[in-house]
Design a protein around this ligand. Structure first.
Ligand code: NAD
Length: 236
């Protein structure tokens, strides 16, 4: 990095499935990806939920069980360490597994929602749902069945979350993207926004992505090792 970061500067970590893959959380695409085994049309869209809520809820319950079998890795702990020193650090994640929170990472914006939240479609109320038990048959006071607060296929993203994300990225000085192919929109546009807003941009990914050439620096490593190298550079 060719500039000195002050402790009050804004940093953004932008994470995707590759960040959690290192903890053992299955990816959705690619080899071993969940969408090879399950059809999203039957498990991850509003119309599937309307047709058979318990079928969809059981699928998400499985995702929670799988996520709980995994633990945050050294990369999550490095983010925590950086955040302790640089308090204006935000994590913008596409992951829904809550792994950042389990590593005590703060200021986490969950672009695609969370397996650990549920909401009422009728009145918009949201609830934390941290129990490791089946989420089937949970109802709102208004009588509506509650659904996972996740952005499913064909859902719109929450506008407030998008606005907060855009404003956070526009103000950051350092943008570190980890484990995302940046192929899902609008998330795919965020590295470019960071770049255009003047941030120094770093990509940590063992593989080249379509956006790799846009970054100021590329660390061709997995998340844990990549973050270790990044931290070394930051402290030197
Ligand atoms: P993606 O599957 O499109 O891309 C994953 C990227 O991670 C790839 O570029 C790959 O090279 C990289 N990668 C693989 N292993 C890595 C490692 N150990 N360290 C660093 N990078 C590694 O993922 P995406 O861009 O996040 O998009 C997938 C969508 O699916 C997202 O919208 C997300 O909401 C959802 N999803 C969430 C989870 C989760 O919550 N854990 C898991 C899978 C998918």
């Amino acid at each position: 990095m060719n500039f000195k970061l002050e402790t009050n500067h804004n940093i953004v970590f932008f994470t995707g499935a590759g960040m959690s893959a290192e903890s053992g959380v299955p990816t959705y695409r690619g080899s071993g990806g969940i969408w090879n085994e399950y059809k999203w049309e039957e498990y991850a869209c509003e119309s599937a939920f309307q047709k058979n809520p318990n079928h969809v809820l059981s699928f998400h319950e499985l995702r929670r069980i799988e996520a709980l079998k995994c633990k945050p890795h050294s990369g999550h702990l490095i983010i925590k360490k950086i955040q302790d020193k640089y308090q204006n650090t935000t994590i913008i994640t596409q992951n829904i597994d809550g792994m950042h929170q389990r590593a005590d990472n703060q200021n986490v914006i969950e672009l695609h929602g969370s397996l650990w939240k549920i909401r009422c479609q009728a009145d918009g109320k949201k609830f934390e749902d941290l129990e490791n038990g089946p989420y089937a048959n949970r109802y709102c006071d208004c009588g509506e069945i509650l659904r996972p607060d996740i952005v499913w296929f064909q859902d719109m993203l929450d506008e407030k979350i998008i606005k907060k994300t855009i404003s956070t990225i526009s103000r950051c000085l350092l943008f570190i993207s980890i484990g995302t192919s940046a192929s899902v929109w609008p998330a795919a546009g965020f590295p470019k926004l960071a770049r255009e807003s003047g941030a120094y941009c770093i990509e940590i990914n063992p593989e080249k992505t379509e956006l790799s050439s846009m970054y100021d620096e590329v660390i061709r490593e997995k998340a844990g090792k990549g973050l270790e190298l990044f931290l070394r550079g930051l402290l030197s």
